[in-house]
Design a protein around this ligand. Structure first.
Ligand code: NAD
Length: 526
């Protein structure tokens, strides 16, 4: 298959050029930041963070909400930019990027104070001894965010909001394919009154990302491929910089025979083809129970054939261009490979002949199996391979037969059965009768298991990634020594033995039997 060549995204100069993948038109240029420029950005962020951390949650929230207001009022213009720089339909730029970002801004502006409120810990019998423990949450300092091109607004913006609300400064390194959207995020916050230095955008390629790690930020929030994630974790380990890795997926969808067939088919088609299949949580493997497979596949093919593909700024378009040529080539290679190994193409299976840019037709495959790359490797494109299964156990086995574990879905009218299967699937998120979208829920954690990464973003768990928990322990009985302090003696040894037998049971009653010995040690001869 011949693949149209767009100009090289990273040119020789110290600039990156942004192109519209649907038309090949140049959209603008951005600086390819040098390691020195990155270091300076981190220094500016570090200085600015000190005053920011001293502000109250309410003061920080005021600026986030002002940025939210600007994003809301300029949403059409922003959606157009997102659509042009990525190729996705403008409708999706709103529904899958702007809406979730506005929601996250609202949620974290209002909820962070509560989510990060100091926490009292129940310390059992130590509490009876006048002790208490609390956890307080301190900002980490400067958070380095390294983000991909597929959700260039929502992915970094949500993390920017969370990091800022937690009292940190941010240095954001966006994908080299989508620098203009990142600069727009920076501009919105700046116009909202965010003090200078708190959100630095360092545009550039992988070298700029590597420089951000070398600039010794306090945490890296990385979203991208497994291969780059491993390089990032290795580089960060040199400085013991903690990393959250949000990596790829090969997400399975299980359709049980008691599913609502029509809705499951619609869900499969949206889950596989939204964003031209370039979502980490896209449905990349569909397993349908044998009895309903023919009807399900027929509906999926009919839904797919009805989709309109074209330039994303056209309001009636369902599937836009793919964002880059490399990804399109991977998709074409995987589909060709599957066909050579016996897969059947029910619709699609090629580059869209009537469109000029990076368009690949939405594709449904059957006759696939787990020896094929299309069922093993991340495709990240508009392809839905469908297999059948007989039993629930088989479905779970197939779903778990992957190195990835980001999201999965189970479709059934029997919610208890759905939950049971969901809990057996190895994935960070498993949805029942839902697909892809929980990245858009600000309150719920997002992240994977296995090669899909570690750590979490979003929700309380995500916010906790952006703070340092500090344990504060207080002894109110400041006049009393501890039982286990010096001096040691035979009686002390006996008491320690008693503590081992009784105190460690957690039972006050058991421990009270030691009271005479305890009183002797505290107030008598030690
Ligand atoms: P990528 O790994 O090629 O690039 C991601 C980012 O890392 C880019 O900003 C890139 O410039 C930067 N980078 C490259 N080399 C680097 C290095 N050595 N050090 C530091 N940074 C470096 O990924 P991509 O192609 O932009 O994005 C697609 C991938 O992202 C897919 O695998 C997809 O599944 C994954 N993804 C995951 C999630 C998730 O939440 N789990 C979300 C979106 C995308």
């Amino acid at each position: 298959m011949s693949v149209q060549t767009l100009p090289s995204q990273v040119e020789q100069s110290r600039e990156i050029v942004s192109y519209d993948p649907a038309t090949g038109e140049e959209l603008g240029r951005a600086t390819l930041c040098s390691p020195e420029a990155v270091k300076q950005a981190v220094n500016r962020a570090r200085t600015a963070q000190l005053a920011w951390a001293a502000l109250s949650f309410r003061q920080r929230a005021r600026i986030i909400l002002r940025a939210r207001k600007l994003m809301l009022s300029e949403r059409d213009e922003i959606a157009r930019l997102v659509s042009r720089e990525t190729g996705k339909p403008a409708a999706e730029a709103v529904s899958m990027e702007i809406v979730p970002t506005l929601d996250a801004m609202h949620y974290f502006a209002h909820a962070s104070e509560n989510l990060l409120r100091p926490q009292k810990i129940d310390i059992g019998q130590y509490g009876m001894m006048g002790r208490s423990s609390r956890i307080v949450f301190k900002p980490l300092g400067v958070i380095g965010i390294i983000s991909p091109w597929n959700f260039p607004l929502a992915t970094p913006a949500d993390e920017v909001v969370m990091a800022l609300m937690a009292g940190n400064a941010v240095v954001l390194k966006p994908s080299e394919l989508t620098p203009l959207i990142a600069l727009k995020i920076g501009e919105l916050f700046s116009r909202a009154g965010l003090p200078e230095g708190l959100l630095e955008i360092v545009t550039g390629d992988g070298t700029t990302g590597a420089a951000l790690i070398d600039a010794r930020v306090d945490k890296i929030m990385f979203t991208g491929s497994v291969a780059t994630g491993k390089r990032v974790a290795e580089a960060a380990a040199k400085y013991l910089t903690p990393v959250v890795l949000e990596l790829g997926g090969k997400d399975p969808m299980i359709v049980l025979e008691d599913a609502d067939l029509a809705n499951a088919a619609r869900g499969a088609v949206w889950g596989a083809f939204a964003n031209a299949g370039q979502a980490c949580a896209s449905v990349e493997r569909c397993y349908v129970q044998e009895a309903i497979a023919p009807r399900f596949i027929e509906q999926v093919v009919a839904e797919t054939k009805a989709l309109k593909q074209g330039v994303g700024t056209d309001e009636a378009v369902d599937i836009g261009a793919m964002s880059n040529e490399r990804q399109l080539r991977i998709v074409a290679e995987q589909v060709n490979d599957a066909q050579q190994h016996g897969a059947r193409v029910l619709t699609g299976g090629q580059r869209a002949a009537n469109l000029k840019g990076l368009f690949y037709e939405p594709t449904i495959l059957t006759g696939v199996d787990h020896r094929m790359a299309i069922m093993r490797d991340e495709t990240f494109g508009p392809v839905l391979p469908v297999m059948t299964f007989k039993t629930d156990d088989e479905a779970v086995e197939l779903a778990n037969d992957s190195v990835y574990g980001l999201t999965a879905s189970v479709w059934t009218r029997n919610i208890a059965r759905g939950r049971r299967i969901a809990e057996r699937i190895e994935a960070g998120t498993v949805m029942v009768n839902e697909v892809v979208y929980t990245h858009g829920i600000a309150q719920t954690p997002w992240g994977g298991v296995k090669d899909s990464g570690y750590g979490r973003t979003h929700g309380r768990m995500g916010l906790l990634e952006l703070v340092s928990p500090r344990h504060i322990h207080v002894n109110r009985l400041s006049f009393l020594p501890d039982l286990w302090w010096f001096r040691y003696s035979r009686q002390a040894g006996r008491l320690f033995g008693g503590l081992a037998r009784r105190f460690t049971t957690g039972s006050l009653l058991h421990t009270s039997l030691l009271l005479p010995q305890i009183i002797r040690r505290l107030f008598g001869r030690r």
